[in-house]
Design a protein around this ligand. Structure first.
Ligand code: TRP
Length: 356
């Protein structure tokens, strides 16, 4: 969805850039809009970003990676709905959209434009090494299929789109899950190559993994992920939240028997939401044999206390798409103000410029 951007923005020296770049650290991260937000997304990505958005020592960029969603998903309803849900989640939880820049990737056409320029300087060999692509090839081979079966160019060159997301805003610190570290390193390689060959325009980004950005397990004890269908969605009614929590896999130990916190998804979830004191208290209860039913009841209370207050706000936002859209357009303007200035320099550096 393009927004009208008057040509006066295009390529003007960028005040926003100079004011902030000197003093504030630029944090940037995106969420792929290919499903409903769940507790794993909340703990690993959404909660830390909401906190960062309120920190005036940081210049944060948070975005909905909807072009990334197309790589794995060709269901337009799902991509659209997920974009709305993730945007509403961020807003319901209090993202400070004055202090940060909150936008949808596809509202910033400078990103795909930069993607192409970066594609032309990225070695094919670098993409051959990307985990996501390699995993797809390996799974085809183990099935005895053509190695490239169902591998699109989108999947293959996905790290270049991600590099453009990051480099377009000179993101310095990139909070990501462990599975994304390689992509941030690739963005760094690509930036280096551009800087070396053309002009020193890009900051070299670094991945950061937040201390408590633990990867949560899902109902079946594997990593909580849409692809395993084992998630606990973030905004459920109280009743449904309780039901989901009751479905978390445990073992056959009876009340009164000591339980091992380290191998328990119930305990892991507790730890993700609890203070360190509450965690110690629960550890003791595990040792003294709290029953699974009771532990789950307490876990429900803890999570519901934290999420509950935002639930109504989320519903309100979901019923008011225009407001979400307005917020995103506001963010797109801010984002493009920065991106257009930098892209102008990039185009110049590679020889795409006005004929004089
Ligand atoms: N690929 C990331 C993921 O699936 C999401 C993402 C897209 C991203 N662009 C980004 C994260 C840029 C950080 C920076 O989790």
């Amino acid at each position: 969805m393009a927004i009208g951007l008057s040509s006066q923005y295009y390529g003007r020296p960028n005040i926003y850039q100079f004011e902030n770049a000197m003093t504030k650290q630029r944090v940037l991260t995106g969420i792929t809009t290919s499903g409903s937000p769940h507790l794993g997304n909340y703990v690993g990505a959404i909660k830390p970003s909401v906190e960062a958005s309120k920190n005036d020592q940081l210049d944060s960029f948070f975005f909905l990676a909807d072009y990334h969603a197309l790589i794995k998903n060709q269901d337009p309803t799902l991509v659209g709905q997920s974009t709305k849900e993730i945007a509403a989640t961020w807003l319901a939880l209090g993202l400070d959209t004055e202090n940060c820049t909150f936008y949808r990737q596809s509202d910033v056409p400078e990103i795909p434009e930069l993607t192409w320029i970066l594609t032309c300087i990225t070695a094919k060999g670098l993409m051959n090494r990307a985990h996501a692509y390699k995993a797809a090839v390996q799974s085809n081979e183990s099935e005895g299929d053509d190695p490239d079966k169902a591998v699109t160019m989108g999947l293959y060159s996905y790290p270049i789109l991600m590099a453009a997301d990051i480099l377009m805003f000179n993101g310095e610190k990139i909070p990501v899950g462990k599975d994304q570290i390689q992509h941030v390193e690739m963005a760094r390689d690509i930036a280096q190559r551009f800087n070396h060959h053309f002009e020193d325009l890009f900051v070299l980004p670094e991945a950061t993994i937040s201390d408590d950005g633990a990867i949560l397990n899902g109902l079946d004890g594997r990593k909580m992920s849409k692809s395993y269908n084992n998630t606990i969605p973030l905004f459920l009614t109280e009743k449904k939240l309780q039901k989901h929590i009751n479905k978390i896999q445990t073992n056959l130990l009876e009340p009164g028997e000591a339980k091992d916190p380290e191998t328990s998804t119930v305990f892991q979830l507790w730890q993700a939401f609890a203070t360190s004191q509450q965690t110690e208290e629960m550890r003791e209860k595990f040792a003294s044999g709290i029953g699974w039913g009771q532990a789950k009841k307490e876990l429900f209370g803890l999570i519901n206390n934290e999420i509950g207050p935002a639930r109504a706000r989320y519903q309100e936002l979901m019923d008011n798409g225009d407001y979400i859209e307005q917020e995103l357009q506001k963010g797109a303007l801010k984002a493009r103000e920065y991106a257009s200035g930098l892209l102008k320099k990039v185009r110049n550096a590679v020889g795409i410029n006005t004929i004089t």
